[in-house]
Design a protein around this ligand. Structure first.
Ligand SMILES: Cc1cc2nc3c(=O)[nH]c(=O)nc-3n(C[C@H](O)[C@H](O)[C@H](O)COP(=O)(O)OP(=O)(O)OC[C@H]3O[C@@H](n4cnc5c(N)ncnc54)[C@H](O)[C@@H]3O)c2cc1C
Length: 376
């Protein structure tokens, strides 16, 4: 029997596995994809933490920005722990080898993303998520954590505990390669299966695996969900492919232009504000474009290489010399963010079943501070 079974091998799952391993437990991770193919690999822009490397910044300013962007909907205690602990989390990632982009002085580089009053996002070019996954996966290999890849969670096994109540005893997984159903028995199960915004089908920037079936399995086993309505609409996805062009493009100085090629909004306002401004332009019958041409080829290739590659590959436009059309996909950039991104709570599973833990990554501030909620 496995001590700790983590289901899901994205940022949340791998951090949970490493944390559990630290306590010398036997740990296994099962996921329907390979770890480096998880949704986390697509995160581009960065992780907010008030290091103050590029600007004067403070935890208090980070908290204030987050509360303001959340417009009163956030859990203040959670925002506070996110902003305080985010600094340690980024430093931990740095220590275990995440190749952060660096300033001329060798410190972790930081850039400004929407809703932030300082240059606060720590990043690794625009491959932040992929590099995080590679780093965490390396650490998991080093720790001897066992991986069951291409295993689809069918259901959590419920059994009677000593007091006659229900508890979780493992999971039944479909081996996608062989078609066989495998039973993985475990003393503790951590569900870290990510978000569910693929329910918006092609109008989503998320990985195809973000379809919510892990959450559904937890519900069937007795978990309770909350805050399911917190789905985020990202302002800038490429028009035809719905592929995200990260906020880092606007953070670096990119403009949003309307059909008359005029700027019409503060590009670094919180996402809901920018998304609404774009929608208004579209409803007037216009197109909306993202313009980063003035940043220059050298800068784009150094700081935003993935975004250039994606625009060329999927839309046939080269942002070094072309405008990128983001019109009509404004509502397509749907994300299923972890609960604290805008200080809002989202899709937190709460349940009262012993031995089932639910794991979510506190994004934007800390990928390493996997929050493991033990309810009951
Ligand atoms: C294009 C894009 C850019 C982004 N940029 C940023 C950014 O700059 N900064 C930031 O903080 N956030 C960003 N995000 C959000 C961020 O990527 C996610 O919030 C985060 O990666 C979620 O991590 P996770 O480990 O919870 O989920 P995931 O990475 O989705 O991992 C879930 C895991 O569970 C597995 N799984 C799911 N269902 C099952 C099942 N039924 N059975 C078995 N396994 C299953 C999956 O295969 C996967 O391994 C971005 C998102 C997108 C789409």
């Amino acid at each position: 029997m496995i001590d700790v079974l983590v289901i899901g091998s994205g940022g949340a799952g791998l951090v949970a596995a490493l944390s559990a391993k630290g306590s010398t437990a036997s740990v296994a991770v099962a996921g329907k994809s390979y770890p480096t193919r998880s949704q986390t690999s697509m995160a581009q822009g960065g992780i907010n933490a008030a290091l103050g490397n590029a600007d004067s910044d403070s935890v208090e300013a980070h908290i204030a920005d987050t509360l303001k962007a959340a417009q009163g909907l956030s859990d203040e205690k959670a925002v506070q722990s996110l902003c305080v602990e985010g600094i340690d989390a980024v430093e931990w990632l740095d220590r275990i080898g995440l190749p952060f982009s660096r300033s001329a002085e060798g410190r972790i580089a930081q850039r400004r993303l929407g809703g932030a009053s300082a240059q606060r996002a720590c990043y690794a070019q625009d491959y932040t998520g992929l590099k995080i996954l590679h780093t965490l996966y390396d650490q998991c290999m080093r720790e001897g954590i066992v991986f069951y890849n291409e295993r689809f969670l069918l259901n959590l096994i419920t059994e009677e505990d000593e007091k006659g109540g229900l508890c979780i005893g493992g999971a039944n997984m479909l081996n996608i390669k062989t078609g066989e159903v495998e039973k993985l028995e475990a003393k503790t199960v951590i569900v870290a299966t990510g978000g569910y915004s693929r329910i918006y089908h092609r109008h989503s920037t998320n990985a195809v695996g973000s379809s919510g079936d892990g959450i559904a399995a937890a519900v069937r086993a007795g978990a309770r969900l909350s805050d399911m309505e917190f789905i985020q609409f990202h302002p800038t996805a490429l028009k035809n492919s719905s592929i995200l062009i990260s906020e880092s493009a606007r953070g670096a100085g990119g403009y949003l232009l309307n059909a008359g090629f005029e700027r019409f909004t503060d590009e670094l306002a919180p996402r809901d504000v920018v998304a609404r401004a774009i929608l208004e332009e579209i409803e007037k019958g216009g197109e909306v474009y993202l313009d980063i041409r003035h940043l220059g080829e050298e800068f784009i290739d150094e700081e935003l290489p993935q975004e250039r590659k994606l625009a060329k590959l999927y839309e046939g436009v080269d942002p070094v010399c072309d405008l990128m059309s983001t019109g009509r996909t404004v509502w397509a950039g749907t994300h299923c963010w972890s609960w604290s991104y805008l200080g809002a709570r989202q899709a937190t599973m709460r349940q009262n079943m012993p031995r089932l833990l639910v794991c979510i990554v506190k994004m934007k501030c800390s990928w390493s501070m996997t929050e493991i909620l033990l309810m009951g």
